[in-house]
Design a protein around this ligand. Structure first.
Ligand SMILES: [Zn+2]
Ligand SMILES: [Zn+2]
Ligand SMILES: [Zn+2]
Length: 288
């Protein structure tokens, strides 16, 4: 099995540039300092039948307010499942835009996985989407499913939830094979570190340099990655304190600042490959 994590957005809740901010990172022309809201796409390839290409299963993690542009620029129009880390606005308030992926997927209901409290919260916030009697055709059909501690299977792919602490709430990280994504946490408890043993590739929350009550700082995140013993970690959910080139130059070779459109994979043979986005000749002002 080959598991790729594509970073759809590497930014904190406000996105970078942040509205109204004229700090050097928000004004930077470097595309790696332009960060949409935090989300990844797992692209999982299982070996196909002899002579046939491996089929790709796409699992979208979170549905940010930027999901439309994230799907367009990453070039996917359907997914086989959506995994919810938690229901803060920067992670879920693009839920209505799943209709694009619903249409792209041939109007098959999309499986939506979350903690029970996350599913309950989405049903309250987006009551009309889950109301099968709702008299408007332009709504995605979502099939909600709950998980807690145990692994679950989405479209033939086993997903292990990793519980982490985000202030007073819990957030789900996700492990698929030897790759894992953990956003929005100030602590990864020991039991979750154990569930992450053997992970080679990790994408992990690191908001800024200084400590924060609900997110990990860069030094704290480096420590967690070391505890797990990963081969490669990329940090995400980054705010405008962290200038891409300056921080990248400080990090050890096994760690990097994540950035939008980065694709990193654990290959069938266990090696890690990284694919950088193709340079664009005329990058627009805000994004890519
Ligand atoms: Zn967040
Ligand atoms: Zn700024
Ligand atoms: Zn959050």
């Amino acid at each position: 099995m080959r598991v790729e994590i594509e970073i759809l957005g590497s930014g904190t809740s406000s996105g970078i540039p942040t509205i109204g901010c004229d700090c050097p990172v928000c004004r930077s022309h470097n595309p790696r300092n332009k960060r949409l809201r935090a989300s990844v796409l797992f692209r999982v390839s299982q070996p196909g039948l002899p002579g046939q290409p491996a089929a790709e299963t796409r699992l979208l993690v979170d549905v940010t307010p930027d999901v439309r542009i994230q799907a367009l620029r990453a070039g996917f129009s359907s997914v086989q499942g959506v995994l919810i880390t938690h229901t803060h606005a920067d992670h879920c308030h693009g839920l209505d835009d799943l209709r694009g992926l619903y249409w792209g997927g041939g109007r098959e209901p999309i499986d939506l996985w979350g903690y029970p409290e996350s599913i309950a919260s989405l049903k309250r916030t987006f009551e009309y989407i889950f109301d099968l009697e709702y008299d408007y055709k332009g709504v995605a059909r979502l099939e909600p499913h709950e998980f807690d501690q145990a692994a679950f299977v989405v479209a033939g792919v086993t997903v292990t939830p990793i519980q982490v602490v985000h202030g007073k709430m819990r957030v789900a990280g996700f492990r698929v094979g030897d790759a894992a994504y953990i956003t929005d946490c100030n602590e990864v408890p020991p039991a979750s570190i154990e569930k992450l043993r053997g992970v080679k590739l990790l994408v992990l929350d690191a908001l800024r340099r200084a400590p924060h009550p609900t997110h990990m700082s860069l030094p704290a995140a480096l420590k967690v990655a070391q505890q797990i013993g990963v081969q490669k970690v990329f940090f995400t959910h980054i705010n405008h304190d962290l200038e891409h080139e300056a921080v990248s130059a400080e990090l050890p070779p096994w760690a990097g600042l994540g950035y939008d459109m980065l694709r990193a994979a654990v290959e069938e043979n266990g090696s890690i490959t990284v694919k950088e986005p193709a340079p664009r000749p005329n990058p627009p002002v805000v994004s890519w």
